[in-house]
Design a protein. Structure first.
Length: 305
């Protein structure tokens, strides 16, 4: 509206009498909204900036021609038409494109702040669940048992526990870490679980990774794995599969559970927090599904950064 009134004020003698511009405003509104809601989101997401410039120029050119010969009916030449009327299409397009970019930047900053806050909250929750007397007590008991029965394996267990504590305390503070560190953390965790649940639960853990140099947000997969160990029944099998190919991670975790003893809320509370974190960090670069028909199966497809 500001653009309309300024235009009418500057060119009042012509515009107030004939009003071809006021007729053109309705078409201009359509062009601006198509640009802001369709063209800009599409081309920016695909990063086709050069192509967008050509489309932008084409729209401006044809809209100006339409204004000259359909609305104003000036009968002027093409260069005269462009020099006199092109600004009427370009100004609102450029202005509202700038507004779109500005609001997108503001939204991005808000998302960054939300990610930082969510990361801090998730880190605190994870530390409370991992580094507490109960968990340390179980791990130390495992190491103590091995020190008596298999003393030659004890140093390795102590080193594994040390690595995991280091990962949770320090490396998980980063926004992203190497996939190698995250997988090493999971390897150690599952080794401890195999020792602790020997003869009680069967663990089927497999991984196929084409490169460990990819980056991933820390402590994502462990939430799903912990959930499986926590809620799986005795004498059952836990299946954990990690596959990374061409920068795409496919993760599957499957376990049996007793729906009479464990409520759906108990099963999903940690996974809901995980999904919220995935939405904040990876936005449209992930697929997260939970299937609880026969077994409790969680699948995650993630485009690694």
């Amino acid at each position: 509206m500001l653009f309309v009134f300024v235009s009418l004020f500057l060119f009042s003698d012509y515009y107030w009498r004939e009003n071809p511009f006021l007729q053109y405003v309705s078409l201009l509104v359509v062009i601006v909204y198509i640009n802001n809601f369709l063209l800009l989101p599409f081309f920016v997401k695909k990063k086709l900036y050069v192509l967008y410039v050509f489309v932008f120029a084409a729209i401006s050119f044809f809209a100006t021609q339409l204004y000259c010969y359909a609305f104003a009916q000036c009968g002027c030449s093409l260069p005269k038409c462009l020099s006199d009327y092109l600004w009427q299409t370009l100004v609102p397009l450029i202005f509202f494109s700038f507004v779109w970019v500005l609001y997108r930047f503001i939204d991005k900053q808000e998302e960054v702040e939300a990610v930082k806050k969510e990361h801090a909250e998730m880190e605190l929750k994870f530390l409370k669940s991992q580094i507490n007397p109960h968990v340390l007590f179980n791990n130390l008991n495992t190491i103590y048992s091995y020190s008596i029965e298999k003393p030659e394996d004890t140093p390795e267990l102590i080193l594994m526990l040390s690595d995991n504590l280091k990962h949770v305390l320090y490396e998980s503070n980063e926004k992203t870490i190497s996939l190698e560190k995250e997988v090493h953390f999971i390897d150690n965790y599952i080794k401890f679980q195999k020792i602790r649940t020997e003869g009680v639960k069967q663990i089927n853990y497999s991984k196929t990774i084409d490169s460990l140099s990819h980056q991933i947000a820390p402590l994502l997969l462990i939430t799903i794995i912990e959930n499986a160990f926590k809620h799986s029944t005795l004498n059952s099998e836990i299946k954990v599969k990690i596959n990374v190919e061409e920068g795409v991670l496919n993760f599957t975790c499957e376990n049996d559970f007793d729906d009479q003893k464990v409520t759906t809320t108990d099963l999903k509370i940690g996974l809901q927090n995980l999904e919220k974190r995935l939405e904040l960090i990876y936005k449209d670069d992930y697929e997260f599904n939970i299937d609880k028909n026969r077994d409790f199966k969680v699948t995650l497809k993630l485009n690694l950064k």
